[in-house]
Design a protein around this ligand. Structure first.
Ligand SMILES: [Zn+2]
Length: 139
């Protein structure tokens, strides 16, 4: 495992469920109890109907790379570069897009549409942060 990267996240009432699930390696998003819309990141409010009754919903599906960027900047001394940061969408969960590092493949092999498994890695401040694993042979 590589060292923590970045600044510790702010844990708020809205994001607490996400961070505690992340510690157990689970991806939890918000689902509106009124209209069923799922969203991420958590905001405590439904982006669709503006309802404020949000429940936690776990996502276990594979995601798909929606976009990515390759970072070459060594902004921390122990940061291994380059690495790819990907924005991942979930076909079954249209309101959910999650950003994180990808592991298990070279940055130049990352392509939009590739399938990834959701994972986590140790992040700043002891938090587990999303990081994805490329699914071999998919795409
Ligand atoms: Zn709603």
């Amino acid at each position: 495992m590589t060292a923590a990267v970045g600044i510790p996240p702010a844990v708020t009432e809205e994001t607490e469920a996400f961070w505690s699930a992340a510690e157990q390696g689970r991806l939890v998003v918000e689902r509106c109890e009124a209209c069923g819309t799922e969203s991420f990141p958590p905001r405590g409010m439904c982006p669709s109907c503006r309802g404020r009754s949000m429940a936690a919903a776990e996502i276990t599906d594979r995601g798909r790379i929606y976009s990515f960027t390759i970072n070459y900047q060594r902004w921390l001394p122990d940061l291994e570069v380059p690495f790819a940061l990907v924005l991942v969408e979930f076909p079954e969960h249209p309101g959910v897009r999650v950003f994180g590092r990808i592991r298990g493949c070279a940055p130049e092999e990352v392509a939009i549409g590739d399938e990834v498994e959701v994972g986590f890695e140790p992040g700043p401040g002891g938090f587990a942060i999303p990081s994805f694993v490329a699914v071999e042979g998919a795409a």
